[in-house]
Design a protein around this ligand. Sequence first.
Ligand code: KG4
Ligand code: ZN
Length: 335
Amino acid sequence: MRAPEVLLGIETSCDETAAAVVAGGVDVRSSVVSSQVDLHARFGGVVPEIASRAHVELLGPVVAEALVESGRSGNDIDAVAATVGPGLVGSLLVGLAAAKALALVWGVPFVGVNHLEAHLYAAFLDEPALEPPMVALLVSGGHTLLVAVDDHGRYRVLGSTVDDAAGEAFDKVARFLGLGYPGGPAIDRTALTGDPTAIDFPRAMLDQGYDFSFSGLKTAVVTYVRRHPEVATEDVAASFQQAVVDVLVAKTRKAARDTGFDRVCLGGGVAANSLLRERFLDACATDGLQCHLPSRAMCTDNAAMVAAAGWWRLRSDGPTDLGAGAEPNLRLPVS
Ligand code: KG4
Ligand code: ZN
């Protein structure tokens, strides 16, 4: 039997319902993302029960649209990949059940995908020639990980957050500043007209290895604004963003120096941040590193990255048993 080439990917780990058709692990034939942002915005964050119910309603049409956009039918799909974790258990189960049912009906393999690994594989979608080894910085709403990618599927976690994830810090600070949800894009926009040097917020654990800490920064923002109610929100947003980006960039540079790897890549929703992207490119140019930034659409949750990671996993491990369940606390597999 020939190796599966064309995969349908399904992503429902949080508040985006997404499906995509990807050929050969890198060639995106369609990528459809239906965001539930409007459903959760008035609650200031994702409400798990609302998210799972919305996935149930949206997934059928989203998969149908992904197939139509790719110009393929179920008969042309060689395997179905879906996120098994980490994420919200109810949301994960909706995508998993649908993916397994489609794989059974079409008589093709099912492959379960780790969401963190999928964020990492987003870099390959924009640059198919990319090859490990490399240093990867994964920054999302739930995770902040600095990873040495020794080879496909072979990871060493160099550092992670000891408290809040980077995206979580963006979301919490935006909420405090009244900028709405999701916070990352709101701070990104607001910071454009602010002065990043206006307030000298702490750069936590800057010289202490590879781990990160963002909860003290969030508290520093709250304390500062309470003491200086007249401060411009734009300056707070820009100074906060600068503090987060300084730490993320400094630790990634250090990881590249210490591992000796000459390639770095970014992944996860926070990798869509304008300042982080700009500073990353500058740092790589200065240090002589190759920098791989997925497009903004491939940084935030999508199913093309799930299909890409699934393609590699099918080749290395074969299909996933249909009895596999959701794994809300799944970690990046380490070698
Ligand atoms: O990867 P993702 O879409 O979902 C998770 O796996 O968590 O990441 C979502 C996170 C949210 O915290 C959101 O505020 C943040 O990514 N984010 C951003 C930007 N766009 C999304 N943070 C900073 N700047 C952005 N432009
Ligand atoms: Zn994600």
